[in-house]
Ligand binder design. Structure first.
Ligand code: DOR
Length: 453
């Protein structure tokens, strides 16, 4: 009889299995980067490596669909090595990289160049967004070159298609649908922001809180409504990012009822923080869309409770400390690092019964995998990618941005006492992060290509 020896077996796991809808005591065997068996210890094959997890919680490798890895000409803020180290340290095994880079990712050549630069440096799996380019022909080309999805910033012109030209937008969205790629949307109306900003600047209003007066709730609602209307007959799948208001949720929920192909994301920031944090932390708490009041945050929690929120994305948006501390709010770069706080924040809320383990795993793994067509991940099951997020559910710790692997070592969560420290992160069957340390070399993470799984 041949004895099968697999690469590794993890014993004494408390693993969340979707097919059972609960946490199960089990062992997990891994062979050639895939999960090959889940069961009790006597059923496990022999293995080259055995890791005793001592009852740590094991989740399917988390997917962060909303990450700005930067690099290229913005490598001073973050690069592929530091960004994917932050992902591994935060328990994320796949991240999707945003295209508002320097240069902007919006052509086949730029995408291929970015993939080439990233390839040997990745510690987790990475898929790439492209902006919508100027010419329709390029959309198919970019999709074929591997873009997982397209991104549309409505808050300012980033990509090639004119965001204020309805007809051009509709054509681009149709082309994305034809290329079988979803369009992820930053829904804030650029003309309203510009008009608000101009008034505030004329009145010499430069304090951080003024940002909220430019990026009002109406700014988000208007962009959501406009796009829902424009896309009605395009067949495109829309995914709204970082939705922050009750009114936008209502508009999206109504479109869902009408069977429009639309889903949406919220961020931990808009769930956990409110505009009060802007008074407290100034520029450090500035992000787009901005933090709102408690009523809006409660509406997002309600969306999680009733299942209308589809995904959680960190919107990891690293900047330098100086860029966050400019004296005028109009000079401050919006965004904060999120990869290394998202899971602990959500585990902490799980412990407070603000969400269930089923919801947490759906928001951070199952639904992003489903929405982005990453069919080989998002669940712990035989045949899936061996991406595992291993968490110490019971250990509390203080968030300390100085210890972030990200280059952006600041956070409005600094000093928060949270639970759910990522203990080990396994990517494609390889242990990448272990109790505070990166233990693998760049290149263990793979490029995730849209339409290829
Ligand atoms: O706060 C933000 N920062 N929101 C965005 O949508 C972009 C991001 C960035 O790139 O810094």
């Amino acid at each position: 009889m041949n004895t099968v020896i697999v690469d590794s077996v993890l014993t004494n796991a408390k693993a969340y299995l979707k097919e059972r809808g609960q946490i199960v005591d089990c062992c997990i065997a891994i062979e050639e980067g895939k999960i090959c068996k889940i069961g009790r210890e006597p059923q496990m094959p022999q293995a080259d490596t055995k890791i005793d997890l001592h009852n740590l919680l094991v989740l399917p490798g988390l997917i962060d669909e909303h990450v700005h890895l930067r690099d290229e000409d913005r490598a001073y803020k973050e690069d592929f090595s530091s960004g994917t180290a932050a992902a591994a340290a935060g328990g994320f095994t796949t991240v999707l990289d945003m295209p508002n880079n320097d240069p902007v990712t919006m052509s086949k050549r730029r995408l291929q160049n970015r993939i080439g630069l990233a390839q040997r440096r990745l510690l987790v799996n990475v898929g790439f967004y492209s902006e919508l380019p100027k010419t329709l022909m390029e959309i198919k080309e970019i999709a074929e070159a591997g873009a997982v999805a397209f991104k549309l910033f409505l808050n300012g012109q980033v990509g090639g298609v004119n965001i204020n030209d309805d007809a051009a937008l509709v054509e681009a969205l149709k082309a994305a649908a034809d290329a079988d790629r979803l369009v992820a949307v930053h829904a804030e109306d650029n003309t309203m922001i510009a008009a608000n900003e101009e008034k505030l600047k004329r009145a010499k209003r430069v304090a951080p809180i003024e940002y909220l007066r430019a990026h009002t709730e109406e700014v988000e609602l208007h962009a959501v409504q406009r796009l829902l209307k424009l896309t009605q007959d395009t067949g495109v799948q829309l995914h709204f990012l970082h939705i922050s208001t009750a009114a936008a949720i209502e508009a999206i929920a109504a479109a869902k009822k009408e069977e429009q192909k639309v889903t949406y994301e919220v961020t931990p920031n808009h769930l956990m923080l409110t505009s009060g944090e802007v008074d407290r932390y100034g520029g450090l708490a500035i992000m787009a869309p901005p933090l709102r009041d408690r009523m809006q945050a409660d509406a997002l929690w309600k969306g999680i409770e009733d299942g209308t929120v589809d995904t959680l994305g960190s919107d990891h948006a690293p900047h330098t400390f100086e860029e966050k501390r400019a004296s005028s709010v109009w000079e401050i770069k919006p965004g904060i690092p999120g990869l290394e706080v998202t899971l602990p924040l959500m585990i902490t809320m799980l412990r407070k019964n603000k969400l269930t383990i089923n919801q947490l795993v759906a928001l951070l793994a199952e639904k992003p995998a489903e929405i982005y067509g990453l069919t080989d991940r998002g669940q712990l099951k035989v045949g899936s990618n061996a991406d595992l997020t291993i968490v110490d559910y019971n250990r509390s710790f203080k968030i300390d941005p100085v210890k972030f692997k990200s280059k952006a070592k600041f956070s409005p969560y600094s000093g928060w006492e949270v639970y759910g420290k990522p203990a080990k992160t396994i990517v494609n069957g390889t242990l990448v992060y272990d109790e505070g340390d990166i233990v693998a070399k760049g290149g263990v993470g793979a490029i995730v290509r849209g339409g290829s799984v």
